[in-house]
Design a protein around this ligand. Sequence first.
Ligand code: NDP
Length: 442
Amino acid sequence: MTATKKKNVKTSSTTELNPRTTRYEFLGPIGAFLFVTVLPLLVLFLAICCNKTGYPSSFLIDDYRAYFSQLFNRDYLKTLYDPMAMMVYLAFVLLQALLYIALPADLYPGTELRNGQRLKYRLNGFTAYHATLFLGLYFLKDTGLKPLLFVYDHFVGLAVSSILFSYIVALYVYIGSFTPGTLLALGGNTGNALYDYMIGRELNPRIGDFDIKFFTELRPGMIGWQVINLCFAAKQYLDLGYITNSMILVQAFQAWYIVDSVWNEEAVLTTMDITTDGFGFMLAFGLYTWVPMNYTLQARYLVDNPRDLSWMEMGIIVGLNFLGYFIFRSANSQKNEFRSNPNSPAVKDLKYITTSKGSKLIISSWWGLARHINYLGDWLMALSWCLPCGFGSIVPYFYPIYFAILLLHRERRDDHKCRTKYGKDWEKYCSIVKYRIIPGIY
Ligand code: NDP
């Protein structure tokens, strides 16, 4: 499970390389406890209680009483134990692992680690995405769409399976992180078992060359999200005999986002998830459970509450989505290009400051508008995914509400990281690029 050793790895002592973490995030062990208990329950609540019988319309507690009482209904509780769903979930993750290993891949170097090592990553997410869809079509050619109803009918069982899987994978990497010589995440070595288990202790857990964190980043989450969405579209088609234009928008927007992520897979290598955070329950649960089970809420809602949009509604929603995508993709690509190929014509004229660490921080174009302008684009897209669902319930808006909190918090975490890393240079950068996320406002 430890990272493969390469020639020029620095041989510092273990404590020098892996200093004790002295600062807690996410409210420390209490937050870790809430994270590993409350968030899985929230996923189960959304899976069990939001269905054909109704969706809460607001955040008012009265709205939820009836739904909570369903949680204790024996018929609902029975759906939690679903061995068939467990097998299907495991088969899906196994398929993704096989595709990751077996499909041709570009070997791409990651950023340099504290020990001087540069891990190589197998980039074949785009091929794996298409291979998954192709295998699905091949499987369905004799059966028609009916087998896809399994996902809607066994959604609770699939959610439970993904949660259990997240606990187990996180435990596996936590135990493996005690192997001597392992490079730990700077934020995951507090010595508090629950906190380190949640936040992630080991930086790059691997089984041989199989990078568990990188694999998990896009395959079970993003491809799983796509597969579940398509199953919901099939369910709507089989229920109504057609697919509503609201469902088409949700499918198209989210498929675009997913394809874009797997197409630009190398961009993941410079994100905090890969370069800074350890792999623990937070990432495992986020990617095995949270993304595929919660990001599919809009499509699930539209199965239960089909609706048709006017041309004007469609125009506004599509416009918002394109605006968000344009900001998100241009900003992220600009930074990636600037960092990996600074002399390319697209970025060579950007203004920047050079830090004493040697890294350069862009201060013009997208990155001169706000320090995380990419977050704004991402959030606008998230909002556009929910609008096709109308305003009958708060539940489809769960994603942009949670995502806003995540991005606000993530920006603060990144700010702390950069302030610690760049010191006065970061202060200078902040005095030039004043806004955090929304130019002129925040
Ligand atoms: P960023 O891509 O913004 O990366 C931040 C890092 O970039 C900093 O730590 C710093 O790293 C470097 N950097 C910061 N400012 C500059 C600059 N001006 N010029 C050059 N480099 C700079 O953040 P994330 O990794 O958080 O997010 C990546 C994308 O993923 C975003 O678009 C975000 O919206 C999306 N995302 C989506 C999630 C979802 O659930 N859908 C969850 C989280 C993120 P260094 O140390 O190298 O200088």
